[in-house]
Design a protein around this ligand. Structure first.
Ligand SMILES: Cc1cc2nc3c(=O)[nH]c(=O)nc-3n(C[C@H](O)[C@H](O)[C@H](O)COP(=O)(O)O)c2cc1C
Length: 378
């Protein structure tokens, strides 16, 4: 049996559904909750999500399928917020432990299989550049969740194009938007950045607007600069942040803004943030906002912990602090900085992987889970 994950409106689905007879279908019921980043699918109920909204069994559904077909509106280089939400909630399909895959750190497989994934992107029209972005993105997703890309196709269909704002950037406040559902690494990094900025700054937590994104957009209306302080989720932005960008595109008709990124991720190589940066860049282009680049930090869980007790400009985190200085200066002077990538200073990747893998076992034990049950297959 094949598994179809799609975000099509009911009428569009009805017109093609006979092609997918006998498939298991995951569609937008309007109930999906964004991943909260609690990692319970790894260390409390291994393989399964603890949010019971009808999307808690994605890991098993993927495992049970002979092939996964993903149909998504092309959304700035990747998936729509709904499809991305499904992928974020599929984290339990892989194990928490890291290993090297083609010279990069990735998660180990929970199931010994090479699941084929087919992707169908639809949208009003596709440039060659957009196709390159989408292909690169699904390759990264499949490498990360340890499947394989069978094919990627593009389907042009009529649809609304994004509203374009004016290019003038008004003087206004700087908002640091903390985009994680957790109050942890992105929040700590945002706090450090706020302390460095001379510009008047406000920090806003996206999760507080979970059920009222339009209210958040109104709050961001008169910001001239927005800094997206976000974790990397399945090689892209977390689904709730994509949903905010979608709402922005649908609702905002104002002037241009400057957009910066302060991103962090769990794996070791900061180059894996490439698709996240490029989604924000494409969104800025569509909105006529100025994409200013930003800072991408790897090994975020380690950095987040060390930041609690190490002076910021010392030891393993000093490179991060240097990058943060550059970012703060660029924001204060309204400059474009490109994309700065930073990794822990003089901290070998093998040691990072060893510590991370040991920690997962330790956390499971604390939660009353035997380490061997972390590997359970559903
Ligand atoms: C659903 C989910 C998906 C993730 N995907 C990735 C990923 O693709 N690559 C990566 O390096 N880290 C990934 N991470 C790890 C987070 O980026 C990392 O833990 C980060 O420090 C979390 O930041 P926060 O504390 O602000 O939420 C993922 C975490 C979650 C919960």
């Amino acid at each position: 049996m094949k598994l179809v994950i799609h975000d099509l409106p009911p009428q569009a689905w009805d017109s093609i559904k006979n092609k997918y007879d006998n498939c298991t279908v995951v569609f937008d019921k309007g109930t999906i909750h964004p991943c909260t980043g609690c990692f319970s699918c790894w260390n409390r109920t291994p393989g399964q999500c603890v949010i019971h909204d009808g999307y808690e069994n994605m890991g098993k559904l993927i495992h049970d399928a002979e092939e996964v077909i993903v149909i998504s509106r092309y959304t700035w280089g990747g998936f729509s917020s709904f499809v991305k939400g499904v992928f974020d909630r599929s984290l339990g399909y892989v194990l928490p432990q890291f290993e090297l895959v083609n010279g990069e750190s990735h998660h180990r497989k929970r199931y010994e299989e090479d699941k084929p994934f087919s992707f169908v992107f639809y949208g009003p029209r596709f440039t060659e550049e957009e196709k390159v972005h989408a292909r690169r993105y699904v390759e990264a997703v499949c490498t990360n969740i340890r499947g394989t890309v069978k094919e990627t196709v593009f389907h042009e269909c009529s649809g609304k194009t994004v509203m374009v704002g004016r290019t003038y950037t008004p003087p206004g406040k700087t908002v640091l938007l903390q985009a994680s559902m957790r109050n942890r690494n992105s929040a700590r990094l945002a706090q450090k950045l706020a302390a460095k900025l001379e510009t008047e700054t406000e920090t806003v937590a996206l999760r507080e607007y979970l059920n009222d994104l339009p209210a958040l957009i109104r709050r961001l209306w008169d910001a001239s600069t927005i800094v997206l302080c976000t974790p990397l989720y399945v090689d892209g932005l977390p689904s709730l942040l994509i949903r905010l960008l979608e709402c922005f595109a649908a609702e905002y008709h104002g002037a241009g803004k400057r957009i910066y990124i302060l991103a962090n991720m769990g794996l070791y190589e900061s180059r894996q943030l490439v698709n996240l940066f490029s989604t924000v860049e494409q969104w800025c282009r569509a909105m006529d906002f100025t994409y200013c680049g930003g800072l991408g930090i790897s090994a975020g869980e380690l950095i987040g912990e060390l930041m609690k007790f190490l002076p910021f400009h010392s030891g393993t985190i000093k490179e991060i602090a240097g990058g943060m200085d550059e970012l703060a200066e660029a924001i204060d002077h309204s400059e474009i900085i490109g994309e700065i990538h930073r990794e822990p200073y003089r901290f070998p990747r093998a040691l990072y992987i060893l510590i991370a893998n040991t920690n997962w076992n330790r956390t499971a034990k604390k939660n009353g889970i035997r380490p061997r049950d972390l590997y359970r297959r559903l």
